[in-house]
Each structure stands twice: as C-alpha cells, then as structure tokens.
Design a protein around this ligand. Structure first.
Ligand SMILES: Nc1ncnc2c1ncn2[C@@H]1O[C@H](COP(=O)(O)OP(=O)(O)OP(=O)(O)O)[C@@H](O)[C@H]1O
Ligand SMILES: [Mg+2]
Length: 351
C-alpha cells in the first residue's frame, strides 16, 4: 500500500485527498500535516509501520498550517464558546491554546470576555502588568499607529481586557462599545505570526458573539458544554448561532463529564451521562474530548499554570492535546475541501 492512501487518524480521509506531503525513503518517512501533531509522533510511526507492513519507520512529522483567512499575521481564528456561563470555556480555551503550542503550532489567545476577563489569572500574568505599547508608521502624512505587544505566557501570546484595566476601573460597556473594544483589542495587538488565535468568548449568544462572528473572520468554533440538560440546550443555541452566520463548528468539548473521586478513583456521572456526545451526533460534528471534573484542572487553571502547561505529558493534558489535534484537523479538512489551490503537493519516492 502506498502511504498516500493512509487514512488520517482523525479525519479518516486519505492523506492524499487532504493535500498532505508524504515522502518515503526506505524506513525513513517524512510527513507534513495541516495540523500540529508532535504529541502523536510515536503512535503514528507505529500505525504507519503496520500500514506499510514493515518493522518500524523513522517518522519525521512536520506541520504546515493551511492557508487561512487572516486577518494580517493570523492564519486562523478559532472561537471557543458556549451558550451557558461557567461551563469551563476559559479553562478549555487556555488548555486548547497551550495544547496547540505543545503540538508545534504558533498560538495566540484573545480573551474576548470584556465583562469578566479571566485569562490574565489563568495564564499567571501578575496583576497590574501592562502590555508594552509600540508605534508603527501609519498612513503617509498621518500620525503613527500604536499597538499593544501581546504578553507571552507559557509559550503563547496573550491579550486580555484584564491587561488594560484595573479592578478599580468600573467597566460599564454597552453593546456597540463592547464590539468596538473587541475589534480594537484584536486589531491593535501586534500578533507575531500566528497559526491559530484562540478566542475565549464570553458566555451567551448575544451581541458580542454575533459581532465577533460577523466582523471578524472566524474560521471555526468549538462549543464547550457540560452533560447537564440545561447546558445542552444552550450549547444547541450556540451551535445554531454559528451555523446562522456560516461559521463551521469544529466540534464539541464536554467538560466536567465525570467526577473522579480523589480518594478511591471512582468515576461518577454527576451531571448526567454522554450529553456532549448526543449534541455532537445531533449536529454531525465531532466530540473532540471529554474532561473529568477534577481538583487539579481547577487549581492549576485558577492558579496561573493550566494543566497542559503544568503537566504536558500527563493524562489530562493528553485529552486536551488530542482534542486540539482533532480540532485543528477538522479545520484542515474544511480548508482543503473548499479550495485546493493552496494545497501542499504530494511527492512520492521509493528510493
Ligand atoms: N474540568 C474541570 N474540573 C474542575 N474544575 C473546572 C473544570 N473546568 C473548569 N473548572 C473550574 O470551574 C470554574 C469555571 O470555569 P471557567 O472560568 O473556565 O468557565 P467559563 O465558562 O469560562 O465561565 P464564564 O461563563 O464565567 O466565562 C473555574 O474555577 C474553573 O477552574
Ligand atoms: Mg470565561
């Protein structure tokens, strides 16, 4: 079997049809995928060896982000959203962003929760730390444009309203101001060549969500839900909102799926069972991952070093990393299905 026929582990579509670059030379295999996958290199090498019917392959696994819609130095904007508040959007957004980074992508995180920004805390950015401001020449004859330099934390570039205001500054935003602030935050940040910008959305399906979806070229959305019925109703609303504005839903993350007892390790479905899976099935979108309700996820996120940064090789990080690869793979499928002109050609050689 030719390796170009190998079905992608997440998409179940032959690599050839996705525009992957595959080179084989003896037991050396070099593959360039459209999603970052450093964490599955070894497992993939095993599967490729089995597929080719050889003892082992030396796999050189590379990543090249598919061409995106921008804007500017950003290839793909991914919104992490939910209809309901408090289901763990911010926790999921930051861990997915860190996971993409660990998998080999260049990643930014924009905290779009203007009312209750939490990424400053989750990324451990000290209270009161302000982004640097730099000037760039503006229009000829005009004034210089001023930009915020995103704050680097745990390897990713971050921007949040919490970097610009203090707890003492009351924020009384109204609809148009919120959209304006958000667009400003996105456009006036000097992002440094991002494969993905993860946007942590505020809860709800109102103003901010609609504006963001309409004015910002969002490539795809990830919906976070808990298995509770009430959260599922809101997750449905969220999916429908993105569909309405033609933003593809890349998948669903079910958070707080089970409670793992720290004493005995027993898992119980305290919020009901498999709700995320049902929603995913109903909307024909993948269930990207299921995260248990654990003390470590909460303590690490709220303590400024989210689980994927604290323990990137651990069991929980593995779930986030798998979800991140899957999500980015879905985006690759969408971009390679629509427009093949930017696809990476396949080269095969058996020498
Ligand atoms: N899987 C989990 N296990 C344990 N605690 C969690 C988990 N996911 C999130 N949490 C905790 O639950 C709380 C709410 O999470 P988070 O802030 O991510 O929710 P949110 O959906 O962003 O909320 P909001 O709607 O206010 O923006 C936080 O204290 C977080 O640490
Ligand atoms: Mg939040």
């Amino acid at each position: 079997m030719k390796l170009e026929q190998f079905p992608d582990p997440y998409l179940d579509i032959p690599w050839q049809d996705l525009g992957a670059r595959v080179r084989v030379s003896g037991s050396d295999v070099a593959v360039t995928l459209g999603y970052p996958a450093a964490g599955m290199r070894e497992a993939l090498a095993g599967r490729l060896a089995a597929f080719l019917g050889v003892d082992h392959v030396d796999l050189d696994l590379e990543f090249r982000a598919p061409d995106g819609r921008g804007p500017g130095p950003i290839k793909h904007i991914i919104a992490v959203a939910s209809g309901k508040g408090g289901v763990g959007k911010s926790t999921t957004a930051v861990n997915l962003a860190l996971a993409l980074d660990r998998e080999g992508a260049r990643v930014g995180l924009l905290d779009a929760d203007i009312y209750g920004p939490s990424q400053g805390m989750m990324l451990g950015v000290p209270e009161g730390r302000r982004p640097e401001i730099v000037s760039r020449p503006g229009k000829p004859g005009g004034e210089d444009d001023r930009f915020f330099v995103p704050i680097k934390a745990h390897g990713i570039q971050a921007m949040s309203m919490s970097f610009l205001v203090t707890e003492k500054t009351p924020m009384v935003w109204r609809g148009p101001m919120v959209s304006g602030a958000l667009q400003q935050l996105l456009g006036q940040t000097l992002w440094d060549e991002l494969d993905y910008l993860i946007v942590d959305m505020p809860p709800g399906t109102g103003d901010i969500q609609l504006t963001l979806s309409q004015r910002v070229p969002v490539a795809g959305a990830v919906i976070v839900t808990t298995p509770q019925d009430i959260a599922l109703i809101d997750a449905r609303k969220g999916i429908e909102m993105f569909r309405k504005v033609d933003i593809p839903v890349l998948g669903v993350v079910e958070n707080m799926s089970t409670f793992r007892c720290p004493e005995c390790g027993h898992e119980s479905h305290i919020f009901g069972a498999a709700g995320g899976g049902r929603i995913a099935e109903e909307f024909a979108t993948p269930l990207l991952g299921q995260l248990p309700l654990t003390l470590e996820i909460r303590e690490q996120a709220d303590g400024g070093t989210p689980t994927v940064a604290r323990d990137p090789e651990g069991e929980i990080a593995a779930i986030y990393r798998d979800a991140a690869r899957h999500m980015a793979a879905e985006l690759w499928r969408l971009t390679s299905a629509g427009d093949r002109s930017g696809a990476v050609p396949i080269t095969m050689s058996d020498d």
